[in-house]
Write a protein that binds this ligand. Structure first.
Ligand code: AMP
Ligand code: MN
Ligand code: MN
Length: 322
């Protein structure tokens, strides 16, 4: 796409000058975060960058450890860098301790992301909210930079597309996205293996935890919700019951509330096409996309549930199904 020729050239001007490059992705990383991190690392090496560090505060979760190159990801950095490239990260806070430490040395920052709520915190911002995943942006940049994708890079890029679109089930799984997925499969990416390791895989404990959460299910005013207190022992990793809730045909929006041990509540939001939960998350200092967003809110479970449900119902009244 022509627009990526221009965007890619501008980004390359900054990358070409840099010797020491750090690539960072967001805390609590998902498939798009780790897929983008590993794919961009490989692309930079193919472009002749020999000093590239890949990092994420929380490391690579077990369910993404199958991705080629995953063992190279570090969880802290002590060196200084000329250039920091942040991928799939809507704001500086989501870059975690690694990003905070790295910007202390005043590197140039390139921000590559697809969240509508991205704050534009980079010196160079490549923010494309019309893309389904950050790996879609990287695929288009690879073409603009003349990088030939090897099998491992294709596997990482396709993983981002698969996990952020729930295996091509979201409204942003366009013909363009399917065409990129086909190109990645032709380059050697294994769609069936990726789905078997990501969207089609979770722990037994995570499924049992869905059972705990579903005991609290409620549907009111087009919003379906569940909540769990810290005593319900939240299961880390894929406990994303909210993507199940939004399939309720009666619901326009869905939300899960999970209280943490330190007096906060993790809020995951989903919306049907035509409805927008990104702006709700953004007002609560989180972020995301119109159809999927999240935030962590200070307060007791009851307070946060009341506050967020009121915001969702108010927003829903001004919106309608697409
Ligand atoms: P989740 O509900 O965790 O699957 O997240 C849905 C979307 O919201 C993803 O694009 C996340 O990157 C984004 N998101 C989740 N939590 C936060 C947060 N605390 N701050 C900013 N974005 C978030
Ligand atoms: Mn992500
Ligand atoms: Mn993403």
């Amino acid at each position: 796409m022509a627009v990526y020729e221009t965007i890619g050239q501008r980004a390359w001007e900054s990358i070409a000058k840099a010797d020491r490059v750090l690539v960072v992705t967001h805390i609590a990383p998902d498939g798009d975060a780790i897929g983008s991190l590993l794919a961009l690392g490989q692309m930079l090496r193919q472009l002749g960058k020999t000093d590239v560090t890949l990092s994420c505060d929380d490391g690579v979760p077990d369910k993404l450890a199958f991705l080629p190159g995953a063992t190279a990801v570090v969880t802290s950095v002590s060196d200084s860098f000329d250039l920091v490239i942040v991928v799939d990260c809507s704001d500086e806070g989501r870059g975690g301790r690694v990003f905070r430490a790295a910007v202390g040395g005043r590197p140039l920052v390139i921000n590559i992301d697809h969240h509508i709520t991205n704050t534009g915190f980079g010196d160079v911002n490549i923010v494309q909210p019309d893309t389904a995943a950050t790996t879609e942006i990287l695929f288009l940049l690879a073409a603009a930079w003349g990088v030939t994708l090897d099998k491992d890079t294709a596997q990482c890029l396709l993983t981002g597309l698969v996990t952020d679109t729930l295996c091509f089930r979201t409204a942003n799984a366009t013909a363009g996205v399917m065409s990129i997925a086909t190109d990645l499969m032709q380059a050697g990416a294994d769609l069936s293996y990726i789905t078997s390791r990501t969207v089609n895989r979770r722990s037994y404990d995570a499924i049992c935890y869905w059972g705990t959460l579903l005991q609290s299910i409620d549907l009111d005013d087009g919003v379906v919700s569940v909540c769990a207190s810290a005593n319900d022992h939240p299961v880390n990793g894929d406990a994303s019951v909210v993507s199940l809730l939004i399939t309720a045909k009666e619901a326009d929006m869905a939300v899960s509330f999970v209280e943490t041990e330190n007096g906060q509540v993790e809020v995951s939001l989903r919306a049907k096409p035509g409805f927008d939960v990104a702006q709700i998350a953004y007002k609560l200092r989180g972020g995301g996309h119109s159809a999927a967003a999240g935030c962590t809110v200070d307060g007791s479970l009851d307070e946060v549930v009341d506050q967020v449900l009121a915001m969702m119902k108010k927003a829903r009244r001004g919106q309608s199904r697409a």
